[in-house]
Write a protein that binds this ligand. Structure first.
Ligand SMILES: [Zn+2]
Ligand SMILES: [Zn+2]
Ligand SMILES: [Zn+2]
Length: 256
């Protein structure tokens, strides 16, 4: 399996518009964070989790050339506003691309991107997507996908666990809490990526401290925090984390 962090930043991205803080002004490229998204390759399957507001830039910068499916965690703007750029993948691949999410996420996508369904308008260059509401584990080729519901305030939100040929990864970029049952379903992972917005409490996201506590309970071989805001300088934050838990950066590739 291979995972590439396409974006590791909170909903505003980092730098934040108009902010003069040290992280937003940092020269370290690891402090420049696009909106959160993950590219995953497992065997010959290539998928992205979320089509962020930076999707086009992410795809061009990190070289995503083919997509077998798109998975959406939830319908917040930072995670979905790049969906329109699926059009290029339709053109290159010559067909519809399945887009998976919870029933409520798919309903939101159909409302927000309503023109997708306007098949009666010839000449309209629209994304050719096949919306699929899922609640149970499903397969994309050899990749088994398990949707898991996490607490992210009032917005219904999925994390996803992926298993392929004995290897595994899970991704939960937006999360304020996880049930014991979900923690149980995340055991035995090679890689776990979890929300860790900032150090100060937030009503819909985990703090770094709480994220670390969950990551230690999950006990993956490698763990990462993501969805980071400008309070967190890369090296300072990394130095404070226990062994085995890392701060990622845009473009970081993890292969195992
Ligand atoms: Zn988000
Ligand atoms: Zn700032
Ligand atoms: Zn969110």
């Amino acid at each position: 399996m291979k995972a590439v962090f396409l974006g590791t930043g909170t909903s505003c991205g980092v730098p934040i518009i108009g902010c003069d803080c040290a992280v937003c002004g940092s020269d370290d490229p690891r402090n420049k964070r696009r909106r959160t998204s993950l590219w995953l390759e497992a065997g010959d399957v290539s998928i992205v989790v979320d089509t962020s507001a930076d999707f086009r830039d992410q795809v061009l910068t990190f070289g995503v050339k083919r997509l077998d499916a798109v998975l959406i965690t939830h319908a917040h703007a930072d995670h979905i506003f790049g969906l329109d750029d699926i059009r290029r993948f339709n053109t290159m691949q010559g067909g519809f691309i399945p887009v998976y999410g919870s029933e409520s996420t798919i309903a939101d996508l159909q409302r927000i991107f309503n023109y997708v369904n306007h098949v009666e308008r010839p000449g309209l260059y629209r994304p050719l997507v096949d919306f699929r509401a899922v609640a149970e584990p499903f397969d994309i080729g050899a990749l088994r996908v398990t949707p898991l519901t996490v607490d992210h305030g009032s917005t219904p939100t999925y994390a996803y666990r992926f298993d392929c040929a004995g290897q595994s990864i899970a991704y939960a970029p937006d999360c304020a809490a996880m049930s014991d049952e979900v923690v149980d379903q995340l055991q035995g992972l090679d890689v776990m990526i979890l929300d860790g917005l900032r150090n100060a409490p937030h009503s819909t996201h985990l703090t770094v401290e709480d994220s670390v506590a969950y990551l230690q309970r999950v006990g993956a071989s490698r763990s990462f925090i993501t969805h980071l805001t400008h309070d967190l300088e890369h090296e300072v934050t990394q130095a404070e984390l226990p062994d085995g838990i890392d701060v990622p950066y845009d473009g970081l590739k993890v292969e195992w």
